[in-house]
Design a protein around this ligand. Structure first.
Ligand code: TPP
Length: 199
């Protein structure tokens, strides 16, 4: 069983909707592969959203790049536990670079859900908040429930980071599927961030 503190098992789509509802300043949101970006897509189209296709573990590295390139914009990475586990080094890099405008939100269901619910190591006690703190992201916390998430996320946007919020979620599948055109996704995101003005 998981060594994660006794936090409520929440729902990814509901949490993603809560997150998106709090965005008021054209924040960039990077959804990881699969369910995290599917529920981001279902929570409302925004040109400042980027939907990762195909590769696990890239939400945090992409978000770090955006945060460095546009330090005045808040940037949020939403990643699954399996994907984050594949790219743990990104946490130490983020801790070293210290982007004040970057928040990581981890959706931990303890499985690789989209490929058949094989257990990840968080099902055996690996604690992603402890790992993030160990990597140097001191401002890392489990959200006890939805209200706690609201408060942690608002504080992350206000006070600055880098910060990481981990959420224990249920086994519900995502509510939609993102469009599958990487060029469209990239171009719209670049325009949404004001970094593509041609064509
Ligand atoms: C490098 C890489 N390895 C494996 C896969 C196959 N794959 C796609 S999504 C996924 C599971 C993702 O798990 P997680 O990030 O925990 O999200 P969940 O599906 O649980 O929402 C796997 C194994 C892949 N796309 N890329």
């Amino acid at each position: 069983m998981s060594g994660i503190p006794n936090t409520k098992r929440m729902n990814r789509f509901e949490l993603t909707q809560r997150l998106v509802a709090k965005l008021k300043n054209d924040e960039a949101v990077i959804g990881g592969i699969g369910n995290t970006n599917f529920d981001l897509w279902a929570s409302g189209r925004r040109p400042q959203n980027f939907y990762m296709l195909g590769s696990m573990g890239l939400a945090c590295p992409i978000a770090l790049g955006v945060a460095i390139a546009q330090p005045k914009r808040r940037v949020i990475a939403i990643e699954g536990d399996g994907s984050l586990l594949m790219q743990l080094g990104s946490l130490a890099t983020i801790a070293a670079v210290k982007p004040a405008n970057l928040t990581i939100v981890v959706m931990d269901n303890s499985v690789y859900q989209i490929t058949g619910a094989q257990p990840t190591v968080t099902a055996h006690g690996a604690d992603l908040v402890a790992i993030a703190r160990g990597a140097g992201i001191a401002n890392s916390a489990w959200a006890a429930d939805e209200a706690d998430f609201d408060q942690l996320f608002a504080a992350a946007l206000e006070k600055g980071g880098p910060s990481l919020i981990a959420l224990r979620i249920d086994d519900q599948p995502a509510t939609a599927t993102t469009e599958r055109d990487p060029f469209v996704i990239r171009d719209r995101f670049m325009r949404g961030l004001g970094s593509r003005r041609d064509r």
